[in-house]
Design a protein around this ligand. Structure first.
Ligand code: X2X
Length: 348
């Protein structure tokens, strides 16, 4: 620490740094899910890369299972904005109660595939969403991913809106999810992730929706026989740091943390997209030399004897039409102009 302080003191003499910086002995990082999920592994990789790129100055400890926000996942963003959480691999769904614009990713059958998602994240709209986070006290560093969400249930194969009717579905605590399932005639119940896992095991709900990267580690096949792969909406994860902490970091630390975030996010995206994209995911993981238990999520779930139906474009269109009232209610809350610009950015 003395040596580092000396380096910063020298920089200070050079007139570039504004204040001396002494790192805390440890920083915390919040993740909703556990260490065995791609999302948890990505967080760990980020912490390792930060340690490496800052010569051990910034030591991040990952807290899994929502430990830092005591289970209440929609409070993660505010806790980070207030500085109680230093870093997060945070889901945009969980943050959308504070930033309604993030519901652009939750409009049903709007984004649809990885190509369109990547275009959206890398567009001016993506930058604008990052700016909104900054204005509210969180510095976003990179887009990572939970993924496109798929429906699973214990009762029946779901291919049409009528099939969803009457199913009791666990959803996240973000209001657009309640609206979507009510519109489809289901019985949505919002629950924090920790409670949800218990609810699946106890059969308190008939179904739930989450990306492949969550379905695998939670062994959803032990509770739900049926899966509907319909990419109906997407949950990006933002690698992020509290704004007040970010502002304390000298430029060279900021640069190292930023680089680590981009690299960890790229790797983590590849983990969640295994076998679900055009091949980029597995190629990228080979490039990193990552040892994989399986290379295709869909095949992996089918190997556990789940009945999985992949909805084609016309089946998705039927759901999209049924959900028109959700568009009518939510586009004004997200911002009509933002939704229009998102649509053009994805089409390019
Ligand atoms: O609670 C969920 O379903 C999860 C883990 O996907 C989120 O945090 C949004």
């Amino acid at each position: 620490i003395i040596a580092f302080a000396a380096v910063f003191a020298l920089t200070l003499w050079g007139g570039t740094a504004s204040a001396e910086f002494t790192p805390k002995s440890q920083y915390n990082l919040s993740v909703v899910v556990g260490p065995q999920f791609d999302w948890g592994l990505g967080a760990e990789r980020f912490a390792d890369l930060v340690r490496e790129k800052t010569d051990g100055q910034i030591d991040i400890k990952v807290f899994y299972g929502g430990e830092l926000f005591k289970g209440e996942q929609t409070s993660e963003f505010q806790l980070m904005a207030r500085g109680g959480i230093d870093f997060a691999f945070g889901s945009t769904i969980n943050w959308s109660t504070v930033l309604p614009e993030l519901n652009v990713f939750s409009l049903p059958f709007f984004v649809g595939n990885y190509e369109r998602l990547d275009r959206l994240e890398n567009s001016a709209v993506g930058d604008e969403l990052f700016e909104l986070m900054e204005q509210k006290g969180v510095k976003p560093l990179a887009w990572a991913e939970n993924g496109f969400r798929q429906l699973t249930n214990s009762e029946r194969e779901v291919t049409t809106p009528a099939d969803v009717e009457g199913l009791k579905i666990r959803v996240v605590g973000s209001p657009i999810f309640i609206d979507i399932y009510r519109e489809l005639g289901a019985d949505p119940v919002s629950m924090n992730w920790g409670d949800a896992v218990t609810a699946f095991a106890q059969g308190v709900v008939d179904g739930q929706e989450n990306p492949a990267g969550v379905l695998g580690p939670v062994k959803i096949w032990e509770h739900h026989q049926y899966g509907t792969f319909w990419n109906y909406l997407v949950d990006p994860v933002v690698v992020s740091v509290s704004m007040s902490l970010w502002n304390e970091f000298p430029p060279e630390i900021q640069e190292a943390v930023q680089e680590a975030a981009i690299e960890a996010a790229r790797w983590e995206k590849a983990m969640t997209r295994r076998g679900l994209d055009d091949g980029w995911a597995v190629e990228t993981l080979e490039e990193y030399g990552t040892e994989l238990e399986f290379t295709d999520y869909l095949a992996h779930l089918r190997e556990q004897d789940m009945d999985i139906t992949v909805l084609d474009e016309s089946q998705q269109e039927e759901f999209r039409e049924a959900l028109q009232p959700v568009y009518d209610a939510w586009i004004p809350k997200i911002g009509e102009d933002l939704v229009d610009r998102a649509r053009s950015a994805m089409a390019e």
